[in-house]
Design a protein around this ligand. Structure first.
Ligand code: LLP
Length: 434
């Protein structure tokens, strides 16, 4: 049984009912299960055990400090992509030597802060960035470690175009042959180019794109070794899949994907390399749900509409990527079973409904034409698999405050981010009327 399940008709998050969480903290709210977070991290550690990597949780997927702290306390390092994420990582207690800093546009300020703090390494995306790091590092009297992010021109057909990053047409990484030349040529005296990094997209559904990319990396690493240039770290990114319980979704479980990748990395391991992985979604997506409430039911010309109090401002993935999130009322009389089992309930008695938010855009929906039990105003609706890229991509569009975040551990709940109020929305504005 997972940590989200129905017991005698009531949706539970570990030992608490979703209704109790909503009563205590209101809706919309992102609700995380601490046990599921620990299990998510554990699954990754297990999947890649054969290469014993540093698991750097990708902060962008769920940057809440309490979530980061929980994962850090259980051994995770962190993958950051901005000065803000770096500061979160440090505040959550991550040792700098377990932090990797990625991203195509690192500013001087961000690089300086990260070098001063002593992060493990940067994942570098261009020659211009390499020059900048070399200059700053020299100025600070340091020599910093870095990995070149290689663009292997390996694209995964199943990954959404907006989140596929391994192809030659994207902005990511340094073309393979070019990266090899940079390392072979040397000449940046204040940096130690000690690693190779690839990240191919998010989510991938198979290990095969990584297996192809590793093949190319391995050939490159061996040519470099023959020329006396030693690489010590191999970072195989993130993008490992999770269940969205969608009717069409087919993917290989992360445990198998990780094992296949780890197996393919054994040659590197035999030559003494160290490894980094940067999973986000596969750790947190299935550890969080979005709890919202039906405001109104409405009849359109020819379709039913459920207007809930969460929209594209709360969860943008459905409209941005056409992403499917399973959703179900938090009360389903008589039903006992895992959250994913609601997708297999008999279709009898269900009605097709558009689940939409309060935002003034046609693209503001959580689901279109979804088969759901009849709902009425006031009903609680749970949107599953929302722990990754849910709250982290929420906005204040239409001047709605962002939702609360709640962490459930056993039968205890903690508010880990309070709901935003009007004063938060205007806090940075200069009031010329005064
Ligand atoms: N490493 C790098 C270099 C990345 O760019 C990413 C994600 C990750 C690791 C972590 O990927 P994950 O394991 O979480 O899939 N907003 C989109 C996903 C964007 C991913 C961006 N980069 C979504 O909601 O699906």
């Amino acid at each position: 049984m997972s940590n989200f399940y129905y017991q005698d008709g009531t949706l539970m998050v570990e030992g608490l009912s979703a209704r109790d969480v909503a009563q205590a903290h209101g809706t919309p709210a992102y609700v995380y299960s601490a046990q599921a977070l620990r299990e998510g991290l554990g699954t990754i550690q297990k999947a890649f055990a054969a290469i014993d990597p540093l698991v750097c949780f990708s902060v962008k997927s769920c940057p809440n400090l309490s979530v980061l702290k929980l994962l850090v306390d259980h051994g995770a390092g962190l993958d950051v992509v901005s000065g803000g994420e770096l500061r979160r990582a440090l505040q959550a207690g991550a040792p700098p030597e377990k932090i990797v800093f990625a991203g195509v546009g690192k500013s001087r300020e961000e690089l300086t802060l990260a070098i001063q703090q002593g992060v493990l390494m940067f994942n570098v995306e261009s020659t211009a960035e390499l020059e900048r790091i070399n200059e700053i590092s020299g100025g600070l009297g340091r020599k910093v470690q870095l990995a070149l992010r290689v663009n292997p021109d390996v694209a995964d057909e199943t990954t959404h175009a907006k989140t596929s990053t391994g192809g030659r047409e994207t902005k990511f990484g340094i073309p393979l042959h070019h990266a090899e030349k940079i390392i072979a040529d040397g000449g940046f005296e204040h940096v130690d180019i000690c690693g190779l990094h690839v990240h191919l997209g998010s989510p991938l559904s198979e290990a095969s794109p990584y297996l192809l990319a590793i093949e190319a990396l391995e050939q490159m690493e061996q040519r470099l070794a023959a020329a006396g240039r030693e690489i010590r770290y191999i970072n195989v990114g993130g993008g490992y899949p999770v269940s969205y319980a969608s009717p069409g979704q087919s993917f290989r479980p992360v445990l198998e994907i990780g094992q296949a990748i780890a197996e393919r990395l054994q040659g590197f391991r035999a030559r003494g390399k160290k490894f980094v992985v940067e999973p986000g979604r596969s750790v947190v997506a299935n550890a969080g749900l979005l709890l919202c409430q039906v405001e109104y039911m409405k009849q359109g010309w020819d379709h039913k509409i459920a207007i809930v109090n969460a929209g594209m401002n709360t969860l943008i993935r459905p409209t941005l990527y056409g992403a499917f999130h399973l959703m179900w009322p938090a009360q389903h009389d008589g039903f006992t079973g895992d959250w994913e089992a609601v997708a297999r309930l008999p279709a009898q008695g269900l009605e097709k409904v558009d689940v939409v938010g309060p935002i003034c855009e046609t693209g503001d929906y959580l689901a279109l034409g979804r088969s759901l039990p009849a709902m009425k105003s006031g009903d609680l609706l749970a949107v599953f698999s929302c722990g990754a890229y849910g709250m982290s991509m929420a906005s204040n569009y239409n001047s709605h405050g962002r939702p609360a975040e709640v962490l459930v551990d056993g039968s205890e709940m903690r508010l880990i981010r309070r709901r935003e109020v009007y004063e938060d929305l205007v806090a940075f504005e200069v009031d010329l009327l005064k």
